[in-house]
Design a protein around this ligand. Sequence first.
Ligand code: FAD
Ligand code: FES
Length: 251
Amino acid sequence: MSAPFGRRHAPLLIRRTYGPYVVLGAGDESARAQPGQFYMLASAERWGGGDGERPYLARAVSVMSVGDEGLMEFLLEEVGPGTKRLCELEVGEGLLIVGPLGHGFDEPDAGVEPLLVGGGIGIAPLVAVQEAWGGQALLGFRDAEHAKAAELFTDPLVSTDDGSRGHHGFVTELLEAELAKQSRPIYACGPPAMLHAVRAVARTHEVDCELAVEAPMACGFGACYGCVVATVDGYRRVCVDGPVFDGAVLA
Ligand SMILES: Cc1cc2nc3c(=O)[nH]c(=O)nc-3n(C[C@H](O)[C@H](O)[C@H](O)COP(=O)(O)OP(=O)(O)OC[C@H]3O[C@@H](n4cnc5c(N)ncnc54)[C@H](O)[C@@H]3O)c2cc1C
Ligand code: FES
């Protein structure tokens, strides 16, 4: 799907929190995103560029949920100056948005309920997948406070690194257990080490996996080549060829 032209101003309509994560919602009636697509977000005010500040580039953020009448929701984790500024926005303040961008997840075959494997902030695009197509969510967090974001899903299975909620261990252990019961395709998003482990499990069980990967992005629409990843077919731009790739093509 191609992006509507240009950067748009969208007043913030929703702000709520799940532990350390912040959900921001804004209207974008001009576009309907597919699960796995993303937007480039910036705040309309105080986005760097003031005295002694460098101007920020917009930040890539996955579409977490597409509501009725173009209400787009995003899930943010504060990890640096851009996400800090976005997370402190209040309802009524302005977002600048470009999107939806990129190639999202493929719709599963009729009657197939995929396994949705998410780690940390990587759960965001999987909320949209479950809303659109269903699927069993398997979610890994560092602790119970972060695992509050599991409320965004229907009937998730949860693991935590410290054992404070759900299974004590890696989310890939939940994945192994589910695949032992039934062979199903995997949709995954999370930190690189988790995606690496998910690919290995998919290979062992001979199931398809689609992975939403991250890369540093300057433009978000194919112009700067700052976001390339290695694939078996050479380098590909995450922002236009991804962010969702077939696990088998990543090098
Ligand atoms: C397609 C896509 C979808 C995304 N979806 C989401 C989402 O839904 N929610 C969300 O919160 N984030 C999402 N991200 C991640 C987000 O865009 C980045 O983390 C962004 O850089 C945050 O900006 P920042 O200014 O807050 O932090 P930055 O200053 O950019 O730093 C981000 C993190 O990267 C580290 N870092 C920065 N530079 C380097 C470097 N040179 N080497 C190693 N580490 C470095 C920092 O220490 C920090 O932990 C997504 C990214 C992509 C590409
Ligand atoms: S972010 Fe510029 S080409 Fe991908």
